[in-house]
Design a binder for this molecule. Structure first.
Ligand SMILES: C[S@@+](CC[C@H](N)C(=O)[O-])C[C@H]1O[C@@H](n2cnc3c(N)ncnc32)[C@H](O)[C@@H]1O
Length: 306
């Protein structure tokens, strides 16, 4: 798609006119939430939260030029979060851009379940809960858990160099311990000790390649998306890694595509190592993640942690 020319600097009209024009342009380009994105870009240029736009003054000539450029880039289907440089996730803003997966609202629900589970366990815990986020990307999951469940020790694992670099930037100053590595074999020193493994692995089936929006197809990294022919290679990798890492009674939460709930649950049940296997929904009531408990009876040769 060709990029539109940047409009020459001129005396801008009202902020409302600028946003209305951007809305029309983004709508014509097929952007899924054109009004939201027009307002988000205006707020970004002004440097205020979107909720403050109503009381913001008009764009200066310089701001209008920048806004017009950003709207043109969004119309070429560059993700909004790549233009603003950050993505909102629960109570955080994480830095994102080319090379890292933009965290999605569906994943916030997965993290919410983990946080509730950790808080419930924390009532009786004498030691800090140990959590591993496999396939961490920007680090959004790990950072949210570390922020919202005080005292938790959170390790995060990412294999790809570009995504790892974004994660490094995001975890700086946090308690998250970041590791570069493959989820399959990561953190062998924690085998059998972890309280909770969480992951949003790559899970799209190859058959969906033609169906993706340009923002995803052209800007999310390949390694973040594809889970083999049926998409299940990512969840399968997490089931095996969680089996290795978790203590007896430890919990796993793994995100999957909306049509994969039964298949992922069956994968866990068939291994014989899990109890309480449950398919859970996102806020749109679509199957979104499977949770399971490392069967207390399925591991032999070591004592169960309280
Ligand atoms: C769908 S993205 C999820 C990122 C982040 N957890 C989130 O929810 O926004 C999957 C991530 O897994 C990483 N990844 C893929 N295969 C991996 C593997 N075998 N080991 C570690 N990371 C992997 C990708 O590079 C990508 O960053």
């Amino acid at each position: 798609m060709t990029r539109a020319a940047v409009a020459p600097d001129r005396t801008p009209g009202s902020l409302r006119e600028a946003i209305d024009g951007a809305h029309r342009r983004l709508s014509a380009a097929g952007v899924p939430s054109p009004r939201h994105d027009a307002e988000a870009l205006a707020a970004f240029v002004i440097g205020c939260p979107p909720a403050r736009l109503l009381v913001a003054g008009n764009l200066s000539a310089g701001q209008h030029t920048v806004f017009t450029e950003l709207v043109a880039r969004r119309a070429s289907r560059i993700p909004l979060q790549h233009l603003t440089g950050s993505a909102a996730f629960r109570y955080l803003e994480v830095a994102v851009g080319p090379g890292v997966f933009v965290p999605r609202p569906e994943t916030e629900v997965v993290v919410g379940w983990c946080i509730d589970a950790l808080r419930m366990r924390a009532i009786d815990a004498t030691d800090p809960p140990l959590v591993v986020d496999l396939c961490t990307g920007s680090g959004a999951i790990a950072l949210s858990i570390a922020q919202e469940v005080k005292g938790t020790v959170v390790h995060a694992v990412e294999r790809e160099h570009a995504a790892f670099t974004w994660a490094q930037r995001n975890v700086t100053g946090s308690r998250v311990i970041l590791h570069r590595g493959d989820a399959t074999a990561a953190l062998p020193e924690l085998d059998g000790l972890v309280d909770l493994v969480v992951s949003n692995p790559p899970y799209l089936p190859e058959t969906q390649r033609a169906d993706l929006e340009p923002e995803v197809r052209d800007h999310d990294p390949e390694a973040a998306l594809w889970g083999g022919a049926d998409g299940l290679a990512g969840p399968r990798m997490i089931e095996l890694a969680a089996h290795r890492l978790l203590r007896h009674g430890g919990l796993v939460a793994v995100e999957h595509a909306d049509e994969q709930g039964d298949a992922v649950a069956e994968m866990f049940r068939a291994s014989g190592a899990w109890s309480a296997v449950v398919v859970r929904q996102d806020l749109a009531a679509r199957d979104r993640f499977v949770t399971a408990q490392r069967d207390r009876g399925a591991v032999t040769g070591s004592e169960e942690k309280p």
